[in-house]
Ligand binder design. Structure first.
Ligand code: AMP
Ligand code: GLY
Length: 427
């Protein structure tokens, strides 16, 4: 089979490595991919994830058998609709189903209508009304842009000033453009956070192992929010009892709700949960694999990935095995100093070799010279690469990830030193 994969980050590198394990895969075209993904069965092409017409044309031209769309933007733009309309079977939700991530207002109304536990909320399209509400609502309060905002559209405000400032950024300064024309203001929840990625074909739901992301840039959960600096899996706070409760009160009800709304969700549905004292509640849905959660979760998957992705597309997930190891994974991201703010690019970089229970994924890397492959790789992004280590215990996985993260070498590299520490304490 010839496959097409849309995206370029560490998540896509993890999907690529997992897909290449299937011997029936002849070739994977990655749009646009990153230079560390190149290999005998891999071809990169410079088409951006948002160029959905070009993506579909490329898939048709190369007679691709199956496409996997990983990032949020192309899903929200309808890349899967476009591919399917061109006769290319594709993994991922349609544009209508992707609203579960691309519109927080849609997601919140859905949860309210179907009694899926989540934080209480109000939706505003009028700035004055939103401001008036923020002047009298209980604190702390959470202010969210309705639309996609590169993971930066959420403010947990302890004071009214902070909340009003966040509102101003969204609705007046329009920091995230049209994404902030509507805002969701919600109750602040407390408790450990858990990410659960689920395969679904629109009816059957198969959760992958749970995980814990570490979103802040600095140790001790300090500093600005990033795309994610490290992950451990499984998440020790997510017990089998809680998993059963989530399946009954959150996962299945969500998938049934999407079907009832006429937009069945097929693909990877990501549940960002908070385990509150009143039970698990949804913080956010993502319509795709998480980054960097995928880099920790997929190495624990024992069944081959390709048949599962095909089953999600074809509606046959109930008959398909999705088996995970009972071991542990820890992923540590090596970033460019300064990320998520300004950082230097162009530092020399070599991709370390995978070993036993050890796998490296690249995100922000490029060829030093596009015309001369001998010149090697350089850094080109904030999150440059990550290492995932597996172990028989969480501690072993964490220690091994830290013993190897500095094999990802480049000038001014930095990583958090405490990935997994909260989980180890909570175990
Ligand atoms: P999101 O972009 O929706 O993932 O939100 C980013 C982060 O903001 C989450 O991972 C939580 O840590 C925090 N957050 C979002 N909503 C809430 C809430 N209702 N209560 C407390 N924290 C929240
Ligand atoms: N790691 C969080 C996300 O993928 O949105």
């Amino acid at each position: 089979m010839d496959l097409l994969l849309v995206g370029s980050g560490g998540r896509e590198h993890a999907l690529l490595k997992a897909l290449l394990k299937s011997p029936e895969v002849n070739k994977v075209y990655v749009l646009p991919g990153n230079a560390a993904m190149e290999g005998p069965r891999v071809k990169l092409a410079p088409i951006q994830p948002t160029q959905i017409t070009e993506i579909a044309d490329y898939a048709v031209l190369h007679q691709v058998d199956f496409a996997v769309v990983a990032p949020d933007d192309p899903l929200a733009l309808g890349a899967v609709n476009e591919l399917e309309a061109s006769g290319i079977p594709a993994f991922g939700p349609t544009q209508a189903a992707a609203r579960i991530e691309s519109s927080k207002a849609f997601a919140k109304e859905l949860m309210k209508k179907y009694a899926i536990p989540t934080a209480d909320f109000r939706i505003f399209s009028d700035r004055r009304e939103a401001a008036a509400y923020l002047r009298e609502c209980p604190l702390p309060v959470v202010v969210k842009a309705d639309g996609l905002a590169l993971g930066k559209g959420v403010t947990v405000a302890a004071t009214r000033e902070e909340a009003l400032h966040a509102l101003k950024d969204l609705m007046e300064v329009r920091k995230f453009g049209a994404s902030g024309d509507r805002v969701v203001i919600e109750e602040c929840l407390e408790g450990p956070e858990v990410s659960v990625l689920c395969f679904t074909d629109g009816k059957t739901v198969r959760p992958m192992v749970s995980s814990m992301d570490h979103k802040r840039a600095l140790d001790g959960d300090k500093g600005p929010n990033t795309g994610g600096m490290g992950v451990i899996a499984p998440n020790p706070f997510y017990t089998p009892e809680i998993a059963r409760e989530c399946m009954e009160t959150i996962f299945l009800p969500t998938v049934r709700a999407m079907e009832q709304e006429g937009c069945p969700f097929r693909g990877c549905l990501y549940f960002g949960l908070m385990l509150t004292k009143d039970g698990p509640k949804v913080i956010e849905y993502n319509s795709r694999f998480g980054d960097p959660e995928t880099q920790a979760v997929l190495p624990l998957m024992e069944s081959p990935l390709l048949p599962v992705l095909l089953a999600c597309r074809n509606g046959t997930l109930a008959e398909t095995e999705t088996r995970f190891s009972s071991r542990y994974a820890c992923t540590v991201v090596q970033a460019s100093q300064g990320y998520p703010g300004a950082y230097a690019k162009g530092a020399a970089f070599t991709m370390p070799r995978d070993g036993k229970d050890l796998v490296y994924y690249a995100a922000g890397v490029a060829r030093a010279d596009k015309k001369d492959p001998k010149k090697g790789l350089v850094t080109s992004g904030g999150r440059v690469a990550c290492v995932t280590a597996l172990g028989d215990t969480l501690r072993e996985a964490v220690e091994s990830a830290y013993a190897h993260v500095d094999e990802i070498r480049f000038e001014n590299a930095y990583h958090r030193g405490d990935i997994g520490q909260r989980a180890l304490k909570g175990e």
